[in-house]
Structures are given as C-alpha cells and as structure tokens.
Design a protein around this ligand. Structure first.
Ligand SMILES: *Cc1c(COP(=O)(O)O)cnc(C)c1O
Length: 449
C-alpha cells in the first residue's frame, strides 16, 4: 500500500492527464484509484465510488470481471502479440467471424482506439470512391454536436467547439447538418417530428452536393459527448435511404453505443438498417484493453481487392488486432450469449427508470431521457461551475459521475444492481437539493465529457 497523497503529487508532476486543464488540479485533487471490483472503484484509503460512467463508457460488466480476466490470462500463456500484416492468429479470426455474424458486415479492420476507427472509416470511404474513379467525393457530412474522436481527421467531423475550435486551421472542412436531438422539439412536436425535420435538411444537402460527398458519419440514437442527446430511430431510416439514393456511404459510429448500451446489441438494429461502415471500440473488450474495429461490406471490400497494391488499404497500427485484446472481446461476446445480457438489461432498465421517477419529476430537472442503459437529464441552473460542483458533491457520496455541462447522465456497468442504483438516485437527489443552483459567481469551468 502506498500513501495516496504521494501518488497524487507524482501524477501531477509526471502525467499529463487527458481532457484536462492541468492547472485546475491545484484546487481539485485527482482521485487515486487503487483497485476496482464490479461497479465499484476503491481509493487507497478504502473509500469506494460507484462507477456510474463505466470509466468513460468502456466498462460493460464491471471491474475485474473474472471471465474476461481469465480469457486474457489464458491468451497470455500462448501469444501476447504478433503483427497482423502477413500473419494471422486465432483470436483475430474468431472475433472477425463472430462480429460479421452479429453485424451482417463481413470484413473487420482493427485499430487500437475509437479515434483510429473513425480515421479508418473516413479513409476507407474516400479510397473506395477513388478506386471507383470518383476521387472528387472527398467531403464528409456530420451532425451538429457530433463527436467522433480527437485525432485531426476525427476532429474534422466532430462538432464540440471546446475540442475542435483551437485546431480549426488543421482540420478539413466538411458539411454539417442539423442534429435530430429530441430536446429541440418545438411546442407540440414529437421526437419523430424533430427527426423528420433534421432528415429533410440532410436530404437537401445530399441532393445538392452528393457529387463531392463520400460519407455521412453519425452516432446512432445517442450523441454521447453532446450530453447524451437522444433521438428517434426514424432519423436513421431516412438517413440510410438518402445515402442509398445519392450514392453516399453511411458510417455508424457505435464506439459509445455499441454492445448493448442502447438496448440492442447495436443501436442501428432499432432502425432496422445496416451501415456501410460500423465503428466499434470502448465496450468491445469490456473496458480491459484498447481495441477498435471497423466492419464493412463485401462491396466496399471488393473495391480494394486488386493486383494493384495502391488500390489496397495501406493503413496500419502497430497493435492492430492484438491477441490479448481480441481474446477479451471474445469473452465479452460469450457473456452476451451465455447470460442473455440484452434481455436482462431490458428488465433492469425498466426497474431503474422507475427508481428515477423522483428525479424525472424534480423541479430543477429538464428533459429527463432514457435509452437502454443510458439515462440523462439537464439541470436548470445558472452556475457556470455546475458540472464541477456536482462531480465533487457526488464523489463525497461515493458516486463517480461526470456531468457534461448541465447534462447529468448515468451510464453504469451492466452488473449494477438495484441497491446501487437506488444509492445513485438518492445521492443525486441530495446533491440537487444541497447544491446552490442559482448564482454564477463562480469562475466558468469548461464542461468536459
Ligand atoms: C469515445 C468516442 C470516440 C473516440 O474514441 P477514443 O477511444 O476516445 O479515441 C469516437 N466516437 C464516439 C461516439 C465516442 O464516444
């Protein structure tokens, strides 16, 4: 056991933490985590925190899940890694076959992080059209408030100014279309009507400019970094139809929403559509190891299949298809099968939503919303530092939450139980009543996902 204050100081000096203005840690201490178990994270002093954000949306079955751990250990005894160019191994083959079976998309290309999956999908789409003699199709359409990662290509299709504005000179200029976010409903309008309005705007852009557009990229059903903006599946149906009509690829970024988050294994299923590219990461290894994957169709694959080397997809990452990560992903798929996770989550989600009724009715709560194993609401407050204040108050009540601006969300690991969720709801209600929601005499803090 080490003294936690020692780790804090050493971390502040040596680690440049992600998505952080490091100076804020002069006032706000880092939280040192010693170990994890199920839905709980433990610090060095034995305090525990309910991981209500699944450690940035990656953890599906809780920390230290024995089946995933065992699969990685077993793989470790035979092969830790081999390059996937010119070589192959059982975990990558099996995972590709099983993902093809589940998604209906027969070819799997691997990367390491979500952002690299976005890059792969964008490059593949552009290169597909180029191989077909249509190199002028080089623009991407993305949604307002969309998020697809933070490498330069991914930032170009990301609409979160806090992350992208600074780098505007580096990113390429795409086309942005209105979000179908159901919160934008005008009086008397339903979520389906907002979706229809946004879909018409998309159709107009595609009709006019499809000659220069390679693909539309979107987060199906829930725009995560936008503050868990949820929308009607009709939008996806119309988007699919418009892409087909105008010869534009549809890239479904299910990095956050894939693997059961929205109530189906993949969110696209709820609209009955198949994308041309499906980007997966985050939950794919249950939150154990970095891995991402882009699944695509035979027709995309065939456009690269040629005697000419440069018509092939000459893209790689050193750890492409890492066997340890693939074996973790196979264990995750086994859990989905063996424990009928989707059906179990459906029952859980129904009970949890009932537990949250007092929150949905709270006077400071706006737009309470729910999709699958994600719940979110906006808080009516004039405090510029709301997200920071809420985070700190919840941490004192043993809950790890990370509001995005004034949107509070819960995205717990699927192993969370009724008692833990009741605790989360109680802590949230207490925090909403103890936090001063009026007044803005605090310095503005950036709202980070
Ligand atoms: C997290 C996320 C990404 C980026 O994944 P990283 O692993 O953080 O690079 C891309 N798209 C969506 C929808 C995400 O939620």
């Amino acid at each position: 056991m080490s003294d936690s204050s020692d780790w804090l100081e050493r971390s502040r000096r040596a680690v440049w933490h992600p998505c952080t203005q490091m100076k804020r840690h002069e006032r706000l201490p880092l939280v040192p985590i010693a170990r994890g178990d199920g839905a709980w994270l433990y610090d060095f002093d034995g305090n525990r925190y309910l991981d209500a954000v699944s450690s940035w949306w990656v953890n599906l079955f809780g920390h230290g899940h024995p089946a995933i751990k065992d699969a990685i250990k077993k793989q470790l005894d035979t092969l830790e890694h081999v390059m996937l160019a010119g070589f192959t191994h059982a975990p990558a083959v099996e995972l590709s076959e099983r993902l093809a079976e589940l998604s209906g998309l027969g070819h799997a290309f691997y990367g390491s992080d979500g952002a690299s999956a976005t890059e792969i999908a964008l490059k593949m789409s552009f290169h597909y059209w180029k191989n077909l003699g249509q190199a002028n199709k080089c623009r991407f359409v993305s949604l307002e408030n969309g998020y697809h990662g933070e490498t330069v290509g991914a930032l170009s299709v990301t609409d979160v100014p806090l992350f992208s504005a600074t780098y505007a000179e580096l990113t390429h200029k795409g086309l942005r279309v209105p979000t179908p976010d159901a919160r934008l409903a005008l009086p008397g309008e339903s979520a389906a009507m907002v979706a229809a309005r946004a879909a018409s705007a998309l159709e107009n852009v595609l009709a006019k400019r499809h000659g220069e557009i390679a693909a539309l990229i979107l987060e199906p059903l829930v725009q995560g970094a936008a503050g868990m903006a949820m929308y009607h599946p009709d939008y996806l149906k119309r988007a699919r139809a418009a892409c087909d009509r105008y010869g534009v690829h549809l890239i479904a970024d299910e990095i956050a929403v894939g693997f059961g988050r929205t109530g189906t294994l993949f969110a696209c299923e709820q609209a009955g559509i198949h994308p041309d590219f499906l980007c997966l990461s985050k939950g794919i290894t249950g939150g154990f190891l970095p891995l991402s994957c882009v699944l695509t169709t035979d027709s995309v694959y065939d456009a690269f299949y040629d005697d000419d080397v440069t018509r092939g997809f000459l893209h790689s990452h050193s750890y492409t298809g890492n066997p340890l990560a693939c074996s973790a992903a196979l264990a995750v798929l086994d859990l989905f099968e063996q424990e009928d996770v989707i059906a179990a989550n459906r029952d859980k989600a129904e009970r949890f939503t009932k537990l949250m009724a007092p929150l949905a009715e709270h006077e400071a709560v706006r737009h309470f919303r729910h999709t699958g194993m994600i719940w979110a609401f906006d808080v009516e407050t004039s405090r510029a530092d709301f997200s920071q204040a809420f985070f700190s108050a919840m941490l004192e009540k043993s809950c790890l939450t990370r509001p995005i601006g004034k949107s509070v969300y819960f995205m717990p690991p699927y192993v969370v139980d009724d008692e833990q969720m009741a605790h989360l709801v109680d802590a949230t209600l207490e925090t909403l009543s103890s936090l001063r929601l009026a007044g803005d005499d605090h310095p503005a803090e950036a709202a980070l996902p």
